[in-house]
Design a binder for this molecule. Sequence first.
Ligand code: SAM
Length: 188
Amino acid sequence: MLKRVIDYGHELLKVTIKPGETVIDGTCGNGKDTVMLSKLVGVDGSVLAFDIQEQAIANTRKILEKQAISNVTLIQDSHHKIDNYLNERIEKQLGGAIFNLGYLPGSDKKIITKPDSTITAIKTIANYLKPGGIIVLVVYHGHLGGDEEKEALLKHLGEYDQKQFNVLRYGFINQKNSPPFVLAIEKK
Ligand SMILES: C[S@@+](CC[C@H](N)C(=O)[O-])C[C@H]1O[C@@H](n2cnc3c(N)ncnc32)[C@H](O)[C@@H]1O
């Protein structure tokens, strides 16, 4: 059976992230991806979870506390500044990352991920990514501003050197209303 896009994205991370690694949730939102990453890296690993919105950080904190998860650092800041946080750490290699793009469900639809900051974050993570590591982007683009981000990402990632990266697109082409799709960047 064909996997839903989000499940496909998670599957890619499940087979590449190892216990003990440091990984990134670039847009923690309501915390679902953060919890998934936390389980993959286990007690010896670490998740850095970013979001610019106080509400998102609070929602994620709540879900982490409920599940007694303690290997996550919540960071209320833009993911384009990831480098500042990685520079402070001793271990510099990342096991993987996920970004759910768009707006926080049930919140202000005007607060959205933007092409420039998303691309800066991807470039930074790609530098730190382990060989074989994957960055998953779940691209929601049905909202105002979403198309612009989608086009910028396709252009940017389409130019990645195939000797260094594999870049994949996974999505359904017969669904209505701008269905989301996955972009996955694998470092060779
Ligand atoms: C689609 S939601 C994420 C959903 C989340 N992954 C989940 O499982 O619930 C997108 C999130 O990106 C956040 N965001 C927007 N711009 C950002 C930025 N520059 N840095 C970090 N987070 C950002 C929004 O506040 C919003 O919470």
